[in-house]
Design a protein around this ligand. Structure first.
Ligand SMILES: Nc1ncnc2c1ncn2[C@@H]1O[C@H](COP(=O)(O)OP(=O)(O)OP(=O)(O)O)[C@@H](O)[C@H]1O
Length: 270
């Protein structure tokens, strides 16, 4: 798994706002190896979603380069699948027709696309719910439908922007088991954006900690917990040590973020 799959080199992104130019991301460089699971963690507003959007080819106007399998990303890339924070299921379609949608667009016949969709529905633990509509499911189940719909494409690289942010902690940890199993079965190169240290340590091979604005790489921590992993690992001493180590770095950045927000509120009031 030492082959490099994704290279982010000197990426900077600035936005012009009424208050002036905001440097959201400043000279970020990192690499993701083939089959590796990397999480990016950082305080609110540090530029995580900006990195996600740049990598997914959803925004232009940045400096630096993003390459996937040696190819420069300059728009949505066929090797990249994305799962978003906001719910993105189609409410008028059943689970199976949500998951099969990308295959339908490709012109795959109904029997074949339903058979493939069933495989991924099973993988995310939703067998038996194929004929339900999203409104009949919990938030966590709907996010799993969105994940299955991205996986059905069989993207080589999976980008996820806080897909489980709205869920309670227990559900999130248990869903982590599904993600770990999927990662083990498909060996996709995966990047997860998250606020949550537990989630980052539970799932990742490496955790990249970002600084508060402008977003840079503060540190990358190797998570040397054995694989295959399950949520059992969350109770181990080694897990606790990683969480404490990452929190130590993150606390500094989160405090800067908080001070910045308070200062902005004061300025607005004055
Ligand atoms: N389209 C935009 N126009 C202007 N400023 C933007 C835009 N997108 C992001 N920003 C600014 O860039 C900075 C980084 O934003 P970004 O959404 O990437 O952070 P984040 O770490 O994902 O935040 P959160 O964790 O709260 O989602 C913020 O200061 C934000 O206000």
């Amino acid at each position: 798994m030492d082959e490099i799959d994704v290279v982010i080199k000197d990426v900077s992104m600035r936005f012009d706002t009424r208050e002036g130019t905001v440097t959201a991301v400043d000279g970020m460089s990192f690499e993701i190896k083939r089959g590796e699971f990397v999480s990016i963690i950082g305080p609110s507003g540090c530029g995580k979603s900006t990195v996600f959007n740049v990598m997914g080819g959803l925004v232009g106007g940045y400096e630096g380069t993003v390459t996937v399998g040696g190819e420069k990303v300059s728009g949505p890339h066929p090797s990249i699948g994305m799962v978003f924070q906001e719910e993105s299921t189609f409410p008028w379609r059943t689970v199976i027709d949500n998951v099969a949608f990308p295959l339908e667009v490709k012109g795959v016949g109904k029997d074949e696309r339903h058979a493939t969709a069933r495989k991924f529905i099973d993988m995310v633990g939703l067998s038996g719910f194929e004929q339900r509509y999203p409104s009949e499911l919990s938030g966590g189940m709907r996010q799993r439908v969105a994940l299955a719909r991205t996986l059905v494409f069989e993207p080589k690289i999976l980008l996820m922007d806080e897909p489980f942010a709205a869920l309670d902690e227990q559900t999130r940890v248990l869903l982590g088991d599904k993600v770990l199993k999927i990662q083990q079965d498909l060996r996709q190169t995966t990047l997860l954006i998250t606020h949550n240290i537990t989630e980052a340590v539970q799932l990742s091979d490496r955790v990249l900690i970002m600084t508060f604005r402008p977003g840079k790489v503060k540190r990358i921590v190797d998570i040397r917990l054995p694989r295959p992993r399950s949520s059992d690992v969350v109770g181990s001493d080694a897990f606790g040590r990683y969480v404490a180590e990452i929190w130590n770095d993150l606390r500094e950045e989160a405090s800067r973020g908080m001070a910045d927000a308070e200062e902005a509120a004061r300025t607005r009031k004055a």
